[in-house]
Design a protein around this ligand. Structure first.
Ligand code: GRG
Length: 296
């Protein structure tokens, strides 16, 4: 199957899965449910749950305890997009081809919707403990990983440095730190939770973390490239957003050509490390290759 077709199928499956976990829009606090669901249903590639699922399969996972985690990682990712678009951050009005959450529901409700999705993700992940014969120890560790990679040592930590250094020149190594945390950490959580629940041992888990870190760098640098080479129609979000926000990116530091080479190098390293693991999952390999060529 062609990768694009495979991605579309997997995305449709994740969309169905997400619907099972999204809150019902009823009660006095209905507005928060609507804002959460609007943002999740706005779409997106669903890359993180797909990566989680394929890594789970690589290690022979075949149960259902992975499903709440797949929903949870997409909720956390969506919460970060809601906050990233706020007027106090990137101040963007278009995301996933639709008005951003703050444009649709107001600044106050968008802050709350981001907060709500973040903690509802933990509530959702903990539902893995209710599947048949759960491996409680692994699930508890996976919930810890999810929190660690999202929080101050992960995505939020990276965003803090990004915000603090906005408008200033950033040396390459600090940019690397920002990318590893702000973007890479959630991809690390995705692949590591898939590996952990699939049955990976400690050494394999470390290798998966390194693979995901390489994927994260490739992914963020490709994001920088698309910001200057693509169109809002294709991306579903504004282009030239980095210039508007006075952001140093890999492209402003090194130029587009060097950025393209960096994306290829990081992806090649990810694939090389993947080949060290026992077993093979051709879909996972194709997915990593697809990230280099992605147009949105
Ligand atoms: C939620 C408390 C809380 C804080 C959030 C704003 C923030 C802290 C972090 C920002 C993280 C961020 C937006 C990093 C950029 C990652 C990135 C390249 C996102 C785009 O991901 P895609 O292309 O998007 O997978 P789709 O729409 O396809 O899901």
């Amino acid at each position: 199957m062609e990768t694009r077709e495979y991605m579309a199928r997997r995305k449709a499956e994740v969309d169905v899965l997400l619907e099972r976990y999204l809150p019902r829009e009823e009660g006095f606090q209905k507005t928060i449910f609507e804002a959460m669901n609007y943002s999740v249903r706005a779409g997106g590639k669903r890359l993180r749950p797909i990566l989680m699922w394929e890594t789970y399969r690589l290690f022979g996972g075949s149960g259902r305890e992975i499903e709440p985690f797949m929903a949870a990682i997409e909720m956390i990712h969506t919460s970060s997009l809601i906050h990233d678009d706020l007027p106090c951050m990137d101040n963007d009005e278009l995301r996933r081809g639709k008005p951003t959450t703050w444009v649709k529901y107001g600044y106050d409700m968008a802050v709350l919707a981001g907060d709500a999705l973040l903690i509802y993700a933990v509530e959702t992940a903990s539902k893995a403990l209710s599947v048949e014969t759960p491996d409680s120890a692994r699930i508890a560790r996976a919930i810890g990983l999810l929190a660690e990679k999202t929080g101050i040592y992960g995505m939020i930590g990276g965003q803090v440095v990004d915000v603090e250094l906005t408008g200033q020149p950033i040396p390459g190594e600090k940019l690397d730190f920002i990318y590893r945390l702000k973007t890479g950490a959630l991809l690390e959580a995705s692949m590591m939770i898939g590996a952990l629940l699939g049955g990976a041992d400690e050494e394999q888990l470390n290798i998966v973390e390194q693979i995901a870190a390489e994927v994260g760098l490739a992914f963020q640098i490709q994001d920088d490239i698309l910001d200057v080479t693509s169109t809002a129609g294709k991306l579903g979000k504004p282009v030239l957003s980095d210039e508007k926000n006075h952001k140093t990116t890999y492209v402003t530091l090194e130029g587009v050509e060097a950025a393209r080479r960096a994306v290829e190098d990081h992806s090649a390293r990810a694939l090389e490390e993947l080949s060290q693991l026992p077993g093979r999952n051709p879909e996972l390999e194709a997915l990593i290759r697809f990230l280099i060529a992605r147009e949105n």
